[in-house]
Design a protein. Sequence first.
Lengths: 132, 132
Amino acid sequence: MSNQEFVVLGQGGGPDACRPGLLAAPLAEDQAAELAKVFKALGDPVRLRLLSMIASRAGGEVCVCDLTPAFELSQPTISHHLKLLREAGLIASERRGTWVHYRLLPEMTDRLAGILTRTAGQPLHDSGEVPA
Amino acid sequence: MSNQEFVVLGQGGGPDACRPGLLAAPLAEDQAAELAKVFKALGDPVRLRLLSMIASRAGGEVCVCDLTPAFELSQPTISHHLKLLREAGLIASERRGTWVHYRLLPEMTDRLAGILTRTAGQPLHDSGEVPA
DNA sequence: GGCTTGTATCGATGGGTTTCGATTCAGTGT
DNA sequence: ACACTGAATCGAAACCCATCGATACAAGCC
């Protein structure tokens, strides 16, 4: 059996430790747990639409009062989804007077994009077997 | 029953020529639903580690017999997670003799990276960043 | 054919998630 | 102070998911 162990790099460093990305080296357990929280926040169609509405809005900010009526869901439900996105570090909220405004935190989406991007030194291995 | 559903993203009706990404325009409902399936597949620490093990392995393929003992989980559980990653279009499997080998489908991770990447024409609306 | 090993599927279960109505909190205006 | 509106929090109910043991399927070996 080709039972070859996966060496897990013991870098339990802070949240801004060196990140080689998903595709370069096996993820450590704690890194995987931390990342999974963010991806789980993206794993819901309502939250994805909320995030895209916030991120694509000219001016960078959206009032909750504009988001809630865009769905056929109750106000507490939208508030709950926004909370999950906020706890995942994807958005931030600010209250200005009566209304609460949300904005994208691009550091997180940048980080995810980097994690999912092949590095130049990572060859592709799939020479010839890709179906279409 | 073996519906190896290859999730096709953002295909409203044409080839993927215009895919603005999450951050450029609000997602349509069906696009969000399909994208959410893939992110949901990534929203589990075990699946993230499995994917990173598969993606980072030199040669591009990993035998299940190497993946299963790397976790303190039962063999059916690992098989279940691999199935979800496969149905999300992130990996593919091939049986060669006794063993089954998995490999990354880089089109999907590439697509996700693109979706999470700010386009150059999409400025950042710099506002006061961290609430000092 | 039987035996052994590797992998996938099945059925059940405990825990988590989505959603709601009701309530509470925050801010504005009267 | 009171009333009104926008948003968050609080249970609760329906649903989904991760995990397991048991079982079935696949391939090689005796």
